[in-house]
Design a protein around this ligand. Structure first.
Ligand SMILES: [Ca+2]
Ligand SMILES: [Ca+2]
Length: 96
């Protein structure tokens, strides 16, 4: 993986990147969220303790409020974590 940053003189909306070496406090932060392909997500197991139960409710609601994606919380498997996951999450919790 490579990132190439360059100055585009035709773009007046350009932003200035700061390197970590230049100023760690202003440097960009790259975050990579990775789930190995050999690890199958247990839908609804939001706290990833191997079971789907009441302990998953609080972290599930927290993800709904932030919109952060987490495979285990995307219980309707539409690649988004949002209100559409609530009903299937409750169904999983209730064993339906
Ligand atoms: Ca769990
Ligand atoms: Ca979803």
């Amino acid at each position: 993986m490579a990132f190439i940053f360059f100055n585009d003189p035709m773009d007046s909306s350009e932003r200035i990147a700061v390197s970590f070496d230049g100023n760690p406090a202003e440097a960009a932060l790259l975050t990579i969220d990775f789930t190995p392909s050999n690890q199958t997500a247990l839908l609804g197991d939001v706290n990833m303790d191997g079971a789907v139960n009441f302990l998953d409710i609080s972290p599930f609601i927290a993800l709904l409020s932030t919109g952060e994606f987490k495979t285990e919380a995307d219980v309707n498997e539409d690649s988004f974590v949002n209100f559409l996951d609530i009903s299937p999450f409750i169904a999983i919790l209730s064993g339906a």
